[in-house]
Design a protein. Structure first.
Length: 278
């Protein structure tokens, strides 16, 4: 569906991003969960039949997704039923069903892989060295994201890592002392850019200390100030992929920009969130 057919498309995207950003800064919402939730929510507002979802309904659906991590984060959902129209309930029900189907399919795929390795011919037993299409696409996606890393990493180093990744096997990190898979090389690359970016992050905290002080509303009705810089540092330390690193970096950049440009109207997202600290 063309985004031009979606009512208030940019406003809906901004609301989703704003709420998810707040979840990272206040809840234990890691970047992997952030990226998965964002992709899910963006697909919902672009799904045929949902182009007329109102902003209040988008807020409600987003908070429903966020509520899945609230229980173990020391927060509670307050008035979580607000805005829960029949359409919202239908979307949440569909999402839950999709998650169950995906889990079943993943289990079935793993079982088949254990019984018959996909890289081996059933009839001849000959290993097929032809790269899978998914493998090629996986590398292309990683290489595309890497282009966004300079100047945190030099162009020369990026080209070197790119060449190594092109020749490596597409697979998760093995933990081997010498990188063998794309996951191994990505882990080394992320560690290198984190070493550089950590200094940049600390510098932003020093320059704009007030930007990292959030007002936290308690269930008792009181409000207390919380320094979120430590939480963001922990988020940085936990990133395991180039995509996750770029996600948290973009979040920090948006956060500082909104603080230094209060006229942008993005502020703290008052009224969008249904969670409070216990």
């Amino acid at each position: 569906m063309s985004s031009s057919n979606i009512q208030f498309h940019e406003e809906k995207k901004a609301v989703i991003t704003n709420i998810l950003d707040a979840a990272v800064k206040t809840l234990d919402f890691d970047q992997k969960s952030y990226m998965e939730a964002k992709a899910k929510l963006m697909s919902i507002i672009e799904k045929p039949g949902y182009e007329k979802l109102g902003l209040a309904e988008v807020v409600s659906v987003t908070n429903k997704v966020i509520s899945k991590v609230v229980e173990h984060s020391g927060y509670v959902i307050v008035d979580s039923s607000a805005g829960a129209t029949d359409k919202v309930k239908s979307i949440v029900a569909e999402d839950t069903l999709d998650e169950k189907k995906a889990a079943r399919n993943a289990n079935t795929k793993d079982l088949k892989a254990k019984v018959v390795p996909s890289s081996v011919s059933r009839s001849s037993g000959v290993v097929n060295d032809k790269p899978r299409e998914s493998s090629v696409k996986g590398k292309e996606k990683l290489l595309q994201l890497m282009r966004l890393l300079p100047p945190l990493i030099s162009r020369e180093d990026m080209e070197r890592y790119s060449a190594q990744i092109k020749n490596a096997r597409l697979a998760p990190a093995t933990g081997a002392s010498s990188p063998r898979t794309t996951g191994d090389f990505e882990k080394v690359l992320v560690a290198e850019v984190l070493e550089t970016y950590t200094f940049e992050f600390d510098d932003q905290v020093k320059q704009h200390p007030k930007a990292f002080i959030e007002s936290m509303e308690m269930t008792s009705g009181r409000t207390r100030k919380v320094d979120i810089s430590d939480k963001l540092r922990k988020q940085l330390a936990r990133v395991g992929s180039v995509g996750e690193f770029l996600s948290i970096k973009d979040l920090v950049d948006r956060h500082v920009k909104d603080f230094t440009n209060p006229k942008s109207g993005k502020g703290k997202g008052s009224g969008l969130f249904f969670w409070k600290k216990k």
